[in-house]
Design a binder for this molecule. Structure first.
Ligand code: NAD
Ligand code: UGA
Length: 428
């Protein structure tokens, strides 16, 4: 049956492993390939290398259907659809680095029964150039663009219950097969040409990032004018044309995708001769937003030299151990450059954070982090921070400042403990 055909997934990172486990949940045998031999060995041993809610259980449940290998021939031998989920990180100039994608393309043999299905986020025109490359090499591989929209922290649920499925193809068997594969999920389908599918992905991420930078600027004006951005976002979000999501003001967006994809779209536009003005501001506002926290701390503490600052949360968002482009990286570097010492606690990201932040002290608990701290900054809104006993926190701190970088705490509970609370955009 076409809908249960074996699948190949190349790249077993956040997207690849979640997709593989998701396809296994739909009943498919999945052949997962990665160049990282250590990762493959861990996966073979039943270990899930990333922290993602529900993923461990799903991988465990379908261990019999999930096959892990470093040899692409294993996928080619079993599956005709090869989903590509390798990284496309930014280069120094902000363009997408497609070297991993090209390595996969180069490894494809001459074949008229396989298709590459691109899940990695790539610039518009990548599909066309890969098809030209296949043609030049006399390979009759098919090509489908099938961008992924999952969010880390809810990746499994997003993969199995997507808002929509986008398939860009040439109207051949490969596109039909991908459409059939996703049909059991019952999501609205956008079947289109390859370039448009590629653009949907970049435009969707850039729009969400724009929404965040917009509400962050509104928050900054709220601080000058006495309005509360939470009330403003509530009032705006009830307008169906705006919607309530992605209107949470804070210390800026991070993660492996928004910063990279906004830059990639800006570069793509520039390379095509169009100056995408709005995206420059989206990026600039996001950078400034992280720095404003430093300004708030300076205001409260009268300078940062010799001060001890506790960071609550380090990952770029809750429910993940992903530290890529996390605001905590910029913040801790800046604090240290200004003479402060930094102590941090994150419930799951500590291992990766230790590697990236060699000069930061790590605490085993939230309360351990606040011992002797002059100020606390909430960086990542893990729900457990809201449940803290603020009287105990106040007793352990040397100072009284609490900066809520995600507007996630209860200001009254913090203030009732005798601490000075300041959120983002919550009045003057
Ligand atoms: P990742 O870095 O977590 O995983 C990429 C994997 O590919 C790694 O395990 C790496 O070892 C492997 N790899 C690299 N080169 C390879 C090769 N030649 N052959 C086989 N394996 C190879 O990346 P990710 O976060 O899963 O992102 C993958 C792509 O999906 C990116 O283009 C990203 O923009 C896009 N995306 C990511 C998310 C997300 O939430 N992380 C969501 C949607 C789309
Ligand atoms: C984002 C998109 O939401 C996914 O649809 C997309 O597939 C993915 O990028 C990708 O292409 O990789 P992700 O980065 O995992 O997903 O997480 P988000 O929930 O979008 O959060 C991104 C950043 O924006 C986080 O730092 C978060 O704290 C911040 N954010 C989000 C805000 O500051 N305010 C908000 O209202 C929402």
């Amino acid at each position: 049956m076409a809908s249960r055909e074996p699948i190949g997934v190349i790249g077993t990172g956040y997207v690849g492993l979640v997709s593989a486990a998701g396809f296994a949940e739909l009943g498919h045998e999945v052949w997962c390939i990665d160049v990282d031999a250590e990762k493959v060995a861990r996966l073979r041993a039943g270990e899930v290398p990333i922290w993602e809610p529900g993923l461990g259980e799903l991988v465990e449940r379908h261990r019999g259907r999930l096959h892990f290998s470093t040899d692409i021939a294993d996928a080619l031998g079993h599956a005709r659809l090869l989903f590509v989920a390798v990284g496309t990180p930014p280069t120094y100039s902000g363009d997408a680095d497609l070297s991993a994608v090209h390595a996969v393309v180069g490894a494809m043999p001459p074949s008229d029964r396989h298709a590459l299905v691109m899940k990695s986020t790539v610039p518009v025109g990548t599909g066309a150039s890969i098809k030209r490359e296949f043609a030049r090499q006399g390979k009759r591989f098919r090509y489908v663009s099938c961008p992924e929209f999952l969010k880390e922290g809810s990746a499994v649920a997003d993969f199995l219950g997507p808002d929509r499925v986008v398939v860009g193809d040439d109207g051949d068997w490969a596109g039909d097969a991908v459409v059939g594969l996703y049909a059991p999920l019952g999501a609205p389908l956008v079947r289109t040409d390859i370039a448009s599918a590629e653009m949907v992905k970049l435009a969707a991420n850039a729009f969400l990032a724009t929404k965040i930078s917009f509400i962050n600027e509104i928050a900054n004006v709220c601080e000058e004018t006495g309005a509360d951005v939470l009330e403003v976002a509530r009032g705006m979000g009830l307008d169906e044309r705006i919607g309530p999501k992605f209107l949470r003001a804070g210390i800026g967006f991070g993660g492996s995708c928004f910063p990279k994809d906004v830059s990639a779209l800006k570069q793509l536009a520039g390379n095509s001769g169009y100056h995408f003005q709005l995206l420059n501001s989206v990026i600039e506002v996001n950078e400034l937003q992280k720095r404003r926290v430093i300004g708030k701390l300076q205001k409260h503490l009268g300078g940062l030299v010799g001060k001890r600052i506790a960071l609550f949360g380090l990952a770029f968002k809750p429910n993940t151990d992903d530290m890529r482009e996390a605001s905590s990286l910029v913040l801790s570097a800046r604090l240290q450059a200004d003479g402060a010492s930094v102590v941090a606690f994150d419930p799951v990201a500590e291992d990766e954070a230790r590697r990236l932040l060699p000069n930061v002290d790590f605490a085993d608990t939230e309360l351990g982090a606040v011992d002797g701290a002059d100020a606390v900054v909430l960086v990542t809104e893990w729900p457990q921070f809201r449940e803290l006993d603020w009287v105990e926190v106040a007793a352990r701190m040397a100072g009284t400042t609490v900066i809520d970088g995600r507007n996630a705490l209860d200001p009254e509970a913090v203030r009732a403990a005798g601490l000075a609370y300041e959120g983002i955009g919550r009045g003057s």
